[in-house]
Design a protein around this ligand. Structure first.
Ligand code: NAD
Length: 361
């Protein structure tokens, strides 16, 4: 969006591409949601393979009675990124999204932003791509059936990522609200997968090699009890992602080999907040780089205790930025003040005022 101030001509560096929700939907549909998920998982994997390069810290969370607002920054030394994201489980009953987000990439050498993007849709895509990527390393070989407990906003993205990246073709859906299951079932019809609508979590996990828990409740919930989890299963637990907000009974954790994104953050926010701080966990990047073992035996229960980490958002923004070379689905924002003489910021403002006055007279 060019400025209409006559003498204000921002340089190309000062114009920041902005991807709105509408642009993102066009981008996803233009690429195809399955291809988007699969290419995005490659970007996430590339960044996990160079994990040690990144600046890492637990996200900065501002909690309230109703939810949380978080800032998630990271940098690979050349590019900096952050995401603003909220989590408000009560929003859904008021007709709002539980999770909304936007994010920025910036050039480390100038500090100038390079991309501003919606990330509500992008977070669902990156979470699904990361879950499926983790399962590629941890789930039993030849898995074909996944239970999906919690059929809200993330559900269909998760299902399509697991179909595309792992070849899962049977999904057993359960939600305490049957209309959510009906919605997911409708959205997933005609996608080459079998949907089984279940009446309980217990029914949903029957015969599933992978169990995804994706519910939203600001409490220590028990979506899965110990007796529901058989040997050899992979659990993709994504809904427990805040202090005081978990989904699994503690006994399941004690029987599982636990894999996390970034341990210092997951110990605060993940399922493992219920375990002692020194309980052994493995970071996913260590499995990807062969510095730690993933699944060793058929009987092992693997648990991906996902909370969502800044590097996944960085990868997602990096993917979107690369797509902008092939699309016009964005606008340029005049976001950085860019006076001809960098020290004459004040002069630029005053000249603009003079020119406005001249236009009025
Ligand atoms: P949503 O509010 O759209 O959907 C949540 C669904 O869970 C609702 O349909 C609700 O009816 C259902 N539910 C609640 N309690 C249940 C129970 N006991 N049994 C079965 N279903 C139940 O939320 P969403 O956007 O789909 O997100 C789901 C969860 O995933 C949230 O907790 C969110 O914070 C989390 N999340 C995690 C990541 C990550 O990276 N780990 C990323 C995005 C969202």
């Amino acid at each position: 969006m060019a400025s209409n101030i006559p003498n204000h001509a921002p340089s190309k560096l000062a114009m920041v591409p902005f991807v709105s929700v509408e642009h993102m939907m066009k981008l996803v549909n233009g690429i195809g949601v399955k291809q988007f998920l699969s290419e995005l998982s490659v970007y996430v994997e590339e960044d996990f393979l160079r994990w040690e390069l990144f600046d890492k810290a637990p996200r900065l969370a501002t909690h309230s009675k109703e939810g949380v607002i978080e800032l998630m920054p990271t940098s690979d030394g050349e590019v900096y990124g952050f995401k603003y994201v909220n989590g408000h489980p009560k929003n859904m009953s008021e007709g709002f999204q539980t999770v909304t987000a936007f994010g920025v990439l910036a050039n480390v050498s100038t500090g100038y932003p390079m991309l501003l993007s919606e990330m509500t849709i992008l977070t669902a895509l990156r979470t699904a791509a990361t879950s499926a990527l983790a399962a590629k390393y941890l789930a039993p070989q030849g898995s074909r059936c996944m239970a999906m407990i919690g059929n809200g906003a993330q559900c269909e993205f998760q299902a399509l990522a697991f179909k595309e990246i792992l070849g899962i073709n049977v999904f057993r859906l359960y939600d305490i609200d049957a209309t959510a299951t009906d919605k997911a079932s409708r959205n997933l019809s005609g996608k080459g997968i079998t949907i089984v609508k279940c009446k309980s979590s217990q029914e949903a996990v029957e015969g599933a090699q992978i169990i995804t828990t994706c519910t939203a409740d600001k409490q220590y919930a028990t979506i899965l009890t110990d007796n529901m989890v058989g040997t050899g299963v992979h659990i993709n637990a994504i809904g427990g992602d805040c202090p005081g907000k978990t989904e699994l009974h503690r006994d399941i954790l004690l029987r599982s080999d636990i894999f996390v994104e970034y341990a210092p953050q997951t110990r605060i926010e993940g399922e493992i907040q219920k375990l002692p701080q020194d309980h052994a966990v493995t970071e996913l990047w260590q499995v990807m780089t062969d510095s730690s073992e993933g699944r060793r035996t058929d009987n092992q229960i693997t648990l991906f205790d996902s909370v969502g980490f800044a590097i996944e958002d960085f990868s997602a923004l990096r993917y979107v930025r690369d797509q902008l070379a092939h699309t016009t689905n964005y606008i340029d924002l005049d976001m950085i003040a860019d006076p001809d003489d960098p020290r004459d910021l004040f002069g630029m403002v005053m000249r603009a005022e003079d020119e406005w006055q001249a236009t009025i007279c």
